[in-house]
Design a protein. Structure first.
Length: 543
């Protein structure tokens, strides 16, 4: 399980060491050829946007791709924090530039900044110094964001990530041997909603969640930091939860499935350590981690030991701690025993990750957010193609990632409001806290029909629904996306239960398990409890 861990420098004195974002074990056969056209788009509404393409060549030498497509390697300076030449690619209002990637780029990033250029530096080595996450960084007041990628002879692998921060929305699209693919941007208003949620959480528990919100001189939110980059130590935030977990597993066995070839290990707490039978801990026992160990998933007992069994167990323990899923029903069987709908239920949890998943349909919120029950849908936003023919990265909403309908009707890749149904059974509309109307009073046997939904010439990869639930304990159900009839083929399924309230909206993705193209009637059918279990605001499909 490759982590989507990012490697940003924490300050100007540390050179960034980007990691490849693909797994040789799972990569398709090498067919990608240099010369990929990369289109950089400005859909932000701002008239002054700068793009940058950074990374390393196949020999590991850092540099930038120029507007002409040349990979410009950085010179090795004699002193640290040496400014580099300006490799910005200007994008005017609504503008776009196509850059040919004439060379492979490893551990790369596509950067965007609004109104001001990003200041990059180089250390002896050479090592690229990227924007950091402290108020002393020269880019602190600059509104910037990025997407990650690796482009080599095996494939193009690109993803968006919220492991380090949430900032300006970025979307992507590719064409190639894998077909047409796209990754949606952060929804409109999500950055502000996440910031508001963290401030409210600080008012609730007193922890420094509010300090994760970074603003510019005018007070506008420019980014929200992950708690691993908090300017204030979270100190003993996790102490009571960890004490409860350790006490519980003194007498209750904890089984963690390393998945794949690793297998499962079972252990109990002895003294102050979780001891898993037969597991080589490489001399680093599983004692109680600190707050930074939990948020960062890279230090103390949760350090990243690589692809061995200890690393796999540590990754899954780190995920369970961030999600506070060790004391819920099934929590003694990680990660398979706990449904994602039961993540983040404890008052002590990674509220940054909770809010990111509440307001964004895809994207990692901590380094091991790819951990999930065996066979569960991924939460990352990535594209992978062994022979790409085009790649578009856009700043702002949309970005041309929604294919137009080919046969009339509503595009499956647009946001389809739940209340826009053409027929229904058993449901009612109600006012929605996010504006407009949602569909509620939904229980087993209810259904919604949407006529003439156009999936285009290639099938979607995911179904995403904006849903909420204030159902009573023990009440849950399934949302099934079907085509052609109420009993037609199932495209995707979301299982859902109480997530905090009937207006606690959360974008939940599910893998599409059956290929579908062309125009079809889409049905949302509901099964499970005879009591109301879910409200639906909107849904969409993504490639």
């Amino acid at each position: 399980m490759p982590s989507r861990r990012t490697f940003l420098t924490a300050g100007l004195v540390a050179a960034a060491a980007s990691a490849p974002l693909w797994s040789a074990a799972t990569a398709p056969r090498a067919r990608a050829a240099a010369g990929l056209p990369l289109t950089l788009k400005n859909n932000s509404g701002s008239g002054t946007v700068y793009a940058y393409v950074s990374g390393a060549d196949t020999a590991g030498r850092p540099g930038f791709v120029t507007a002409s497509g040349q990979f410009q390697r950085l010179a090795n300076p004699s002193s640290p924090v040496t400014p580099i030449p300006d490799y910005s690619i200007p994008l005017g209002s609504g503008g776009q530039v196509t850059v040919p990637l004439n060379d492979y780029v490893i551990g790369g990033r596509v950067w965007f900044s609004v109104d001001k250029k990003i200041q990059f530096f180089v250390n002896p080595g050479p090592g690229l110094v990227q924007p950091g996450f402290t108020s002393s960084d020269p880019n602190w007041q600059t509104n910037w964001t990025f997407a990650e990628f690796t482009y080599n002879s095996a494939n193009l692998y690109a993803n968006i990530s919220y492991v380090d921060m949430v900032a300006l929305p970025v979307s992507m699209a590719t064409t190639g041997a894998a077909g047409s693919q796209s990754v949606s941007p952060l929804p409109d208003g999500a950055l502000g909603a996440i910031a508001d949620g963290l401030r409210a959480q600080h008012n609730t528990d007193g922890a420094p969640w509010d300090r994760l919100v970074a603003t510019d001189a005018s007070g506008k939110v420019v980014r929200v930091l992950a708690p691993g980059h908090s300017p204030v130590d979270f100190g003993g935030y996790w102490t009571n939860y960890l004490n409860a977990v350790w006490d519980h597993y003194r007498s209750t066995p904890l089984t963690i499935n390393g998945q794949g070839s690793i297998g499962a290990y079972t252990g109990t707490v002895s003294g102050d350590t979780i001891v898993f039978g037969g597991l080589n801990t490489n001399g680093v026992p599983f004692t109680k981690p600190s707050a930074i160990d939990i948020f960062g998933c890279a230090s103390g007992p949760l350090y990243n030991s690589g692809g061995d069994a200890r690393g796999a167990i540590a990754a899954r323990l780190a995920a369970a701690l961030n999600r506070s899923s060790l004391l819920v029903a099934g929590g003694n069987n990680q990660p398979d025993g706990v449904s994602p709908s039961n993540y983040y239920k404890d008052a002590t949890t990674n509220h940054y990750a909770r809010l990111v998943h509440q307001h964004a349909s895809i994207g990692y919120a901590f380094p091991y957010d790819d951990v999930g029950p065996t066979g569960s849908q991924p939460v990352d936003g990535h594209l992978q193609d062994p022979a790409p023919t085009s790649w578009t990265v856009s700043l702002g909403p949309g970005g041309g990632t929604t294919p137009p309908p080919t046969g009339g009707g509503t595009s499956a890749y647009s946001t389809i409001q739940a209340e826009s149904f053409s027929a229904q059974g058993g449901t009612q509309n109600e006012a929605c806290s996010e504006g407009g109307t949602d569909v509620g009073w939904i229980a087993n046997g209810d259904w919604l029909k949407y006529s003439s939904v156009d999936f285009g010439s290639s099938s979607p990869r995911q179904f995403v629904a904006r849903i909420a639930s204030g159902a009573a304990a023990g009440v849950s159900g399934a949302i099934l996306a079907r085509v052609d009839s109420q009993s037609g083929p199932v495209l995707a399924e979301i299982d859902f239960a109480n997530n905090g309230g009937w207006q606690s909206w959360q974008s939940v993705p599910a893998n599409v398990v059956r290929s579908v193209t062309g125009v079809h009637d889409v049905y949302l059918t509901f099964g499970g409890s005879s009591a109301d279990f879910v409200n639906v605001n909107w849904f969409t499909f993504t490639r």
